[in-house]
Design a protein around this ligand. Structure first.
Ligand code: AMP
Length: 278
């Protein structure tokens, strides 16, 4: 496994790889969710490139960029064990040199939910992912359903800009108690960690209501909100039952729908989602 920090070196190393290449973009501080993407990429491609880059352009001014958890030596050991070929871990100045000025606006799909709560977030995501595609020229790129709207944003951008990359979306990996794995879970103190299961509990509640035949969007959203409101350490940022393709809030669910939520536990903001179907 080679660890590379410059774009020039990465291009040279990439050019030497024969066959198919899978890309797994991450911000590091890896957990089993990330590793599930790496394993899928490993299984489906001749080579795997993982990127570790805490991308400043996707963080708002009052967000957790400076305290975002990092542990490069540990990440590299985990990736080595997964037989990753190349790790690209550039500095911010390598990705955004002085004079950098081009940003990607993917349009309406980036507007609601996370886009509304985090202005500019998806512009930063789309821009850095497009750059990583341009730098690494992957055949396939792997993303987690954990960040459901992000997968739609990336698919939209890839389609709109004719990027020759197949987007693969992988299932959410959870802790035994249902909490979706996230690098940000490390922020939680023991009491908050217990409260954080509220996201999964809310998703279970909406799934139960849906299974019982409820199709009214407001009633389904209320089922999630009631669970969050009952948890003293939790504050809902949003709850949503939305169209799987364009993310508009549904009055009535006719086919499938995306149930998603963002919740603050203390100062930590967590997201989760599930697909309502059947
Ligand atoms: P991040 O490092 O948080 O930017 O995540 C990098 C990639 O890993 C993204 O495509 C995420 O959606 C994915 N990911 C993060 N957490 C999980 C999880 N619990 N299960 C599956 N994929 C995940």
């Amino acid at each position: 496994m080679r660890v590379i920090t410059t774009i020039a070196e990465l291009r040279t190393a990439r050019a030497a790889l024969q066959g198919t290449t899978g890309l797994v973009p991450t911000m590091g501080y890896l957990h089993e969710g990330h590793l599930s993407l790496v394993r899928r990429a490993r299984a489906e491609n001749d080579h795997v490139i993982t990127t570790i880059f805490v991308n400043p352009t996707q963080f708002g001014p009052s967000e957790d960029l400076t305290r975002y958890p990092r542990d490069l030596p540990r990440d590299l050991a985990l990736l080595e064990a997964e037989k990753v070929d190349l790790v690209f871990a550039p500095d911010v100045s390598e990705m955004y040199p002085p004079g950098f000025g081009t940003f990607i606006d993917v349009g309406p799909i980036a507007a609601p939910l996370e886009g509304a709560a985090r202005p500019g977030h998806f512009c930063g995501v789309a821009t850095v992912v497009c750059k990583l595609f341009a730098i690494t020229s992957p055949h396939r790129a792997y993303f987690g359903q954990k960040d459901a709207q992000q997968t739609l944003v990336i698919r939209r951008m890839t389609l709109d800009l004719n990027l020759p990359v197949e987007i693969v979306v992988c299932p959410i990996v959870r802790e035994p108690d249902g909490l979706a794995m996230s690098s940000r879970n490390v922020y939680l103190n023991p009491e908050e960690r217990r409260a954080a299961t509220v996201l999964f509990r809310a998703l279970r509640a909406v799934q139960e209501r849906f299974a019982a035949g409820e199709r009214n969007g407001d009633a389904l959203r209320a089922a999630m909100r009631a669970v969050i409101d009952a948890e003293p350490l939790a504050r809902a940022d949003y709850v949503s039952v939305a169209d799987l393709d364009d993310l508009h809030e549904l009055e009535t669910v006719t086919g499938r729908a995306l149930a998603s939520l963002a919740v603050r536990i203390g100062t930590t903001r967590l997201i989760d989602n599930c697909v309502l179907e059947g």
